[in-house]
Design a protein. Structure first.
Length: 642
């Protein structure tokens, strides 16, 4: 079959298939799969709080044990070398807690041996895993978490305040710091004993009055950070005992005020589970309305799929309904589906009614901005982000041109996006001005990625792409030039860009190139030519592209050794944006992408969404549809008539 006939056939097939997958409310719902982290944490919480959901615990147990490697370990992604210590620890703990595995099982003995070979519990680095272990009495609270709870009381105007952290860090830090301060581990008769995994080299003595241990991580900047925290607390006008009570009450209220209508904290499973543990330490009964609502919200986030006639259950950390619906509505419209088509009308109606109308913490740094963003999850009403907002605006644009109600939504959304631009010219994910690099020095695993919310190449590039391709803006606008300048100043030496929320250099480079071209940057710019050369240099022999999650950990490009649908689509789309005519390499990429649309193996399930380096990656079940459809459509629009 000639290639254009095949391209047109695939676009038509995908359009029909995706239209048929739409729900009655206008949304699309695909699994947001995050490995086994949330599944394991849920078992730990259900057993610790003695909540009777036996069938669910059995199903979660089955899913976790099905992911174990032959050497006894668990991995975060398929090509991770050997195994992952943190993942293996929480998998082992959850399986024992569930009660359907025992230490003497051969598979569990292998897991324990792997854990001990990596240094035992004392070498666990993931903050959340450390928190669940300490909260259930399995290990001491790490010294790095012994930040005084009174820190929460420092006003936003302080040299260092709690609101200098990213919202993702804040919403997890509050229940953790509260539990640290309460010092009352939650244990039951069913709590497993993990002493067989412990080592004895833990030293919890603080460094001077600082809540950190002396280590290679202890820098003058870190001393200064904790000095400023302690000095700020000293200036709070209250007696120490009263101050601590105030801090406990503040932490409690901070969580309660950010509970969404479905009962979850900020729409994240991970923070909700921590909240339930913290409230239990405060004395909340497991039948308290807040606790029952939180559990109900978690259960609403479960994904049930039939795998070989066996129902597999997974707790999504934050269902991607808004993200998937916005991108799929946009992709279908780009492929030729009219805004008047029922599928598009329903999807934009759904999206318009999920636009935020309330101010959230983002307004601390943008107090005069009217709410107008969108969040990632359906239940999210106070935590919008730039990427979801531009995705929703892409989807409603065609309708907004004709309908005043949608035009108002468009204007508020566009205004919100523009107000989030950082002083350096780039765009963050959630909040402007969360750029204090000192906080990224905290000796907590993942702090450099999660503690702050700086401008990134993927957010800046995708925002520019939206502003150029959809909003019709270009380099004549100063804020556009500032964004392009940020990208050009933050290009890697090899020509790539690092992407924060996708894997990784392919994702960032695609975002940057499509953004630059959409706002009419010169395709002959040295930076653009260098990026194109880099993309061509990493093309696989089969014509596709694939990058390992290891890139995210090592902060350098690491090839996957195979091609994935989303990464091939990103690379092809980036090259399409730059070149007036297709290169032979692009034609090979197109052929491979067409083949991948009909594959179903580990490469089509490989996680290409990024969360926390080395510990949290996402396999978006929607990505094998969204990005190939967009890439094929853009390729056809630009080249079919040549």
């Amino acid at each position: 079959m000639p290639v254009w006939a095949q391209v047109n056939e695939e676009i038509h097939r995908m359009t029909e298939m995706l239209s048929g997958m739409q729900r009655d409310d206008g949304s699309w719902r695909f699994c947001f799969e995050n490995g086994i982290l949330t599944d394991a944490y849920l078992i730990i919480v259900l057993r610790t709080l003695e909540l009777p959901h036996e069938e669910l615990i059995q199903q979660l147990h089955a899913r976790i044990i099905s992911k174990q490697e032959k050497n006894g370990a668990w991995k975060v992604y398929a090509d991770e070398e050997d195994g992952n210590l943190d993942t293996t620890v929480y998998a082992y703990y959850a399986l024992l807690f569930a009660g359907y595995s025992s230490k003497t099982d051969e598979t569990m003995e292998k897991a324990a041996q792997f854990i001990r070979s990596k240094g035992g519990l004392g070498q666990v680095k993931n903050l959340l895993t450390q928190a669940f272990l300490a909260a259930t009495g399995q290990s001491p609270w790490p010294a790095t978490l012994r930040i005084p709870l009174e820190f929460l009381l420092l006003p936003a105007s302080s040299p260092i305040s709690f609101f200098d952290f990213s919202n993702y860090a804040r919403i997890h830090f509050v229940p953790i710091l509260l539990m640290v301060s309460l010092k009352s581990p939650l244990r039951t008769k069913a709590t497993p004993d993990l002493s067989n995994l412990s080592n004895n080299d833990y030293t919890g003595s603080p460094l001077r009055h600082h809540p950190v241990k002396e280590s290679k991580e202890t820098t003058p900047e870190l001393y200064r950070l904790f000095d400023e925290i302690h000095n700020g607390i000293k200036h709070l006008a209250s007696l120490p005992g009263q101050l601590h009570k105030q801090a406990i009450k503040y932490a409690e209220q901070y969580m309660l005020e950010r509970i969404e209508s479905n009962g979850t904290l900020f729409s994240y499973a991970s923070s909700t589970l921590l909240m339930m543990m913290a409230l239990a330490m405060l004395g909340y009964d497991k039948h308290h309305p807040v606790m029952t609502a939180a559990l109900r919200g978690l259960l609403s986030m479960m994904w049930y799929s039939d795998a070989h006639t066996i129902t597999e259950v997974h707790l999504q950390n934050s269902p991607s309904t808004i993200w998937d619906t916005a991108l799929l509505s946009y992709a279908l419209q780009q492929a030729g589906t009219s805004p008047d088509h029922a599928a598009i009308r329903q999807s934009v109606h759904y999206l318009r009614h999920r636009q935020h109308t309330k101010k959230g913490d983002w307004s601390i740094h943008a107090p005069y901005t009217v709410p107008g963003g969108w969040g990632f999850s359906e239940s999210n009403t106070i935590n919008p982000d730039v990427d979801d907002t531009t995705a929703a605006l892409r989807a409603i644009h065609g309708t907004a041109l004709r309908d005043p109600a949608y035009q108002d939504a468009w204007n508020r959304g566009l205004n919100w996006v523009l107000s989030m631009q950082n002083r350096d010219g780039g765009w963050p994910a959630f909040e402007k001005g969360i750029t204090n690099k000192l906080l990224a020095k905290l000796p907590v695993d993942g702090a450099s990625a999660a503690a702050i919310d700086p401008s990134t190449a993927d957010l800046t590039g995708r925002t520019l792409e939206f502003l150029g391709a959809t909003a019709g803006l270009d380099m004549r606008h100063r804020f556009i030039r500032r964004g392009t300048d940020w990208l050009l100043e933050n290009q890697e030496a090899d020509g790539s860009w690092f992407g924060r929320w996708g894997i990784c250099y392919i994702y960032g480079t695609w975002s940057a190139l499509t953004g630059l071209m959409a706002v009419k940057a010169d395709p002959e710019l040295p930076a653009v030519r260098k990026a194109v050369d880099w993309l061509l240099s990493i093309q696989n022999d089969d014509g596709g592209w694939g990058e390992s999650c290891t890139s995210d950990c090592l902060e350098r490009y690491v090839p996957l050794g195979a091609s994935t649908p989303s990464q091939t689509a990103w690379a092809l789309d980036a090259l399409t944006a730059v070149h007036p005519k297709p290169l032979p390499a692009m034609e090979r990429g197109l052929e491979q992408l067409l083949l991948q649309l009909h594959k179903d193996d580990w490469t089509t399930r490989y996680p290409t969404g990024a969360g926390l380096p080395g510990s949290f990656y996402t396999h978006y079940h929607s990505y094998r549809h969204i990005w190939p459809l967009i890439a094929l459509t853009q390729y056809r629009k630009k080249y079919q008539t040549l």
